[in-house]
Design a protein around this ligand. Sequence first.
Ligand code: ADP
Ligand code: MG
Length: 607
Amino acid sequence: MSDIIQLLPDHVANQIAAGEVVQRPASVVKELLENAIDAGATSIKLLLKDAGKTLIQVIDNGKGMSNTDARLSFERHATSKIKDAQDLFNLNTKGFRGEALASIAAIAHVELKTKLAQDELGTQLKIEGSKVISQEVISTSAGTSIAVKNLFFNIPARRNFLKSDTIETRHIVDEFQRVALAHPDISFLLHHNGNEIYHLKESNLRKRVVAVFGAKMNEKLVPINETTDLITVNGFVAKPEFSKKKRGEQFFFVNNRFIKSSYLNHAVVSAFEGLLENGYHPSYFLYLTVPPNSIDINIHPTKTEIKFDNEKAIYAILRATVKHSLGQYNVSPVLDFNRDSSLDTPYDFKGKSTTSTPKITVDPNFNPFKTEPQQSFQPKTSSYTKSTDTQSWESLYTSVEAIESPSQNQLFHQEEETETGKTFQIQKKYLLSSIKSGMVLINQSLAHQRVLYEEFLENITVNEAMSQQLLFPVHISFSKTDIEMIQSMKSDLENTGFLFESIADEAIVIKGIPTSITESQISLILEQLLDDMKLEVPETSFSHFDVMAKSFAKSLAIKTGTALSNKEQENLVNDLFSCKEPSVSPFGKATFKTLTIKEIDAIFNSH
Ligand code: ADP
Ligand code: MG
């Protein structure tokens, strides 16, 4: 048989390589930003259209390229950053593989403009799918601008695999934040569809972290500074009381390169030992500097993982340094996680009403001509009111017969009659109640999640939530990206009962809140919601509502460890069984288990 092996043409090889380098618009953003930094830019602009699907443009004021280099830069394995393999062990640049531009040009329409500072004129180059369309001498400013249009135009399958604009933008913002945090001395601009998302001025580390994550971050930061022979550690950890339920702001940079390392993460988390509540994660921004020849960054194609020569020592230093700083800032001894549990539960409102600021409850449904009397002035947490118009709500659960729900007020109003038998609370965790066929064991926290979830979902979808006006509007600061998210959820949040006075650049002002929450819970539930939204990134409007309702339910449900009065227990049981789907929590866990008399008998007759 004749020879069958042949070399792939360059454009095919480039397309294949592109699959590795460019998974989505965010990968292009990362490569272009890194090239601008390697070029010594002090100012970098990132312009996006349609989450980068239509346009990703990076404009820098770096050193630019000569006419010949401009053309060469799009060749595969064309790099100015290393000359031989030895250089790999002493890297001071982000790039070195020389395949990013070649890969990007293979799968998009690329327009490059570049000029060396000392040159009069610059170069413009247009390439589509590896094919050079034109190369011209132009007048342009010093530095480089690369516009990448119509990503994956020639690989429809890849294009179809791209996620919604929300998700792709999220990925881009993640990359942008990593680069911006790694280089506080460089100014960055991010525009999306003409809107300014970030304008980060040249600054120091602390100011950059605050500029990226919002003014509120400033008070949370504990500085970390340690220099040893092996490594220098700088940066910040967030005080333990600001830890999050989701891994959010966790950043390691090694020699100014963002990296992921579960090993180093473990070192930091273990420094927080005893200071974190179960399931909470610390935020940190840690900058490690090591001699370039003591790390190997070549083990991962997208270069977010690296290998240290002295892994164990670095672990120990990191842990000790963080521990020491936490101790110095006196954050260790004052913590008490068994703090006022009333902050977590709407059940505890009774004893507090005399000390808290009185609030006026405004009932948007109030109709003086209705015969049925409505209370418009109530203790704040007791004003759960079920909507009377349940049509669109029912339609979500068409298979379930409409049940006349008893009012949520039963949780708090002693005068209501209930049908369940006596209930007992076990270990402040479970409720036990006698039923016709035997008995039922209910998980109080999961049951309450279900109740709250259905209530919020109903409010959001049926639009009849009650709002309590705050006497003094509450200001909360958030990062710009969080503000964008809140803005996009504004009308849904209003449906739950939130009223906004303003949503501005870095802060929101809230003048009304759902009747089912207290003022002290606002910040908690909004932060939880943002975390959940980032994690789930709902694509349809219904799943949007759903994530929101779940998030609120999770934040507000009574927790294990909360003692409930007999009446509260009964009301919870009643409310649970008035739910459309009483048997599972919003997160799919069983809320109760029944034991029939037969099953109970069997326990005792088994011997
Ligand atoms: P690498 O960064 O691994 O060298 P790239 O394909 O990303 O490979 O870039 C190829 C070369 O093009 C770089 O080595 C650099 O010389 C040049 N280059 C790319 N982007 C820029 C830029 N923004 N400014 C100046 N030169 C650049
Ligand atoms: Mg590069």
